[in-house]
Design a protein. Sequence first.
Length: 362
Amino acid sequence: MSFKCGIIGLPNVGKSTLFNTLTKSSAAIANFPFCTIKPNIGIVSVPDIRISQLAEIISPKKIVNAFIEFVDIAGLVKGASKGEGLGNQFLSNIRDTHAIAHVVRCFKDDNISHIYNCIQPKVDIDIINSELILADFDTCEKAILKLEKKIKFNKKETEEKLFVLNKCLHHLKGFLMLKTLKLDDIEKNIIGCFRFLTLKPTFYIANINEGKESLSFLNELNEIAKKENSLVIPINSHLELDLVKMNQDEKKYFMKSFNIKSLGLNKIIKSGYKMLNLITFFTAGEKEVRAWSIPDGSTSLQAANKIHSDFSRGFIRAQIIKYSDFIKYKSEIKVKELGKCKSEGKFYRIEDGDIINFLFNI
């Protein structure tokens, strides 16, 4: 299973430029709406200093980072939930993702048109959120009508779904995102199959430039995000796209000259990873040191299945070494001699940074 983070926003806010920066690919960039029709998908490595530190000790032949997929989804417009601007197709693309990166234009540039001819972050966000709410309302209403016809079959399960869906419908009627509705884990699981758009974890990406207006727009976006308890990551996507095209020496010189401490795109990748509620475990040997991403709360059996179904099917036990112990003693043999390598069963809950050797038999 791959973990997908969708990049959304109005047309011409810089989504495809950001996507190219993240993936170092070549999605089309142009100054007109719906330049992106089919979603572009890119595999992005998750920066993690731990895998480099493990590799320094082990000297493997191969290093493989954990990764997530970023999906560049075409710009949404008013009426998307009713099919405007190929809206139904684009909303469906969002539904297939696990988290959302919402790009908001926070710059003025006479050479790049705005679809509604005015740069107002709050208005832009309201347009997108309204379409997501309307789409969820339609999904919720249709699901309720369908379930009401089936109430006589599997009554208990149907009644549970109807209860939660009616709770959601009432909330959506108030033009509120479902993420602001108090739902417990059981309720979220009951409606998980409907893949509601406004339940997806979301963070904002402020696309800025060097203009003085950018700071004002950024402050406005920060205020909006604060009320929603969301995260804002400012990024000059054109500048960072130039940076990823440079070699390491050029990049280092440029960043030092312009006092750029770190790349915004790394923050975006890490935030997407965190939003997906993922943790990392490692497999380490002379052939390969590899980082694997799994949902927080996963068991050793689920982690084994992430590598290969044979690992879970013939699971015997998992040998666990804590990352901090391996870095401290710099040897698997030494760690085992000190009794710090633990054998765990299939229900052991994986912790971030665990180094695992799976024993299995088929």
